[in-house]
Design a protein around this ligand. Structure first.
Ligand SMILES: [Zn+2]
Length: 311
């Protein structure tokens, strides 16, 4: 009995430590990849809630948000981490929440990035193999948090954007002409990434724009304001994908996390050591994920290629 109690309290303490080490790890990864590919995202702080089976951990939390949370612990480990009972019973979190009108919402006017722990995510995301893969999903969400901390973006998304991403994807799934055009457009973008001559690139981009214009025009007759909605989703999701894939590409240059390597069975040594984006084209083709992630991602790579100042 005594030894059992001892084990339980050890597990609890260990649980807090593991939560902290994972959260800090994600934070370090985020800053490292931001330093390489999206400077302004480096050192950005957004409120994060990490969900385990029984608890919610607030990390980097905004003080106004924390005031709304009752029954929280004092800061854990003398750092900016608080623990509560689970703030909801949703089976899975991997999203960024913000609410502009309901002032009672925890995330009123300030985004909160919410994510389940690896153990829960593994049951919901097919083929989730490592903590590093999970961390790349969390960094993707942190980028949305960063985007929605930008007040003009937040207002625009609330006042102008009225379609859901799933409505755009429904067009892709149900309208053959739409899917065909998207596939041609996206393959064209991918092929233009390899083009060396400026003349050929300009010609290809002109062709891309005319295909896109024709498709958007036709889609307008099905969904109101289709174009501005699609443009928005491509920017938001394409850029988050851009940071996420850059992280996968850069894992091989980051040192292993010594603590997690020893203490976290989800953390895999040498994960993504040999990752080459070219060998995983499904990451930026339109079949495996919502199409606008892929087109948005490839559009950003084109902007990189022409050295446009877009960030
Ligand atoms: Zn996203």
């Amino acid at each position: 009995m005594l030894s059992l109690l001892f084990i339980n309290s050890f597990a609890q303490k260990h649980g807090d430590t593991l939560a902290y080490e994972r959260l800090q790890y994600v934070q370090d990864l985020k800053n490292a990849i931001a330093g390489k590919v999206w400077k302004d995202f480096e050192n950005d702080r957004v409120t994060q809630v990490y969900f385990t089976d029984s608890s919610s951990y607030f990390f980097n939390a905004d003080t106004g948000i924390l005031q709304k949370v009752t029954q929280k612990t004092s800061p854990l480990k003398r750092i900016d981490m608080f623990k509560t009972k689970r703030i909801d019973e949703n089976p899975f979190h991997m999203e960024t929440a913000v609410e502009l009108t309901d002032s009672t919402a925890l995330y009123f006017q300030k985004p909160i990035v919410m994510f389940s722990d690896f153990e829960t995510a593994r049951g919901k995301v097919s083929d989730l193999q490592s903590l590093q893969q999970w961390a790349s999903m969390v960094v993707h969400e942190l980028f949305h948090g960063y985007q929605l901390q930008h007040i003009p973006t937040l207002k625009y998304s609330n006042q102008v954007i009225h379609l859901r991403g799933s409505q755009l994807q429904k067009l892709f799934v149900e309208q053959k002409w739409f899917a065909e055009s998207i596939q041609i457009e996206n393959m064209l973008l991918i092929s233009l990434l390899k083009v060396k001559s400026g003349k050929e690139l300009r010609k290809g981009l002109k062709q891309y724009i005319s295909l896109r214009d024709a498709r958007q025009k036709r889609a307008e007759s099905i969904l109101d304001d289709f174009s501005i909605n699609e443009n928005f989703y491509e920017k938001i999701e394409g850029s988050a994908k851009y940071v996420e894939l850059a992280l996968l590409e850069n894992y091989q240059y980051f040192p292993e996390n010594k603590y997690l390597l020893r203490n976290d069975p989800a953390y895999k040594e040498n994960a993504y050591q040999n990752f080459k984006l070219d060998e995983e084209p499904w990451q930026y083709q339109t079949e495996s994920i919502n199409y606008f992630y892929s087109t948005g991602y490839n559009l950003i790579r084109i902007l990189d290629k022409v050295k446009a100042d877009y960030q």
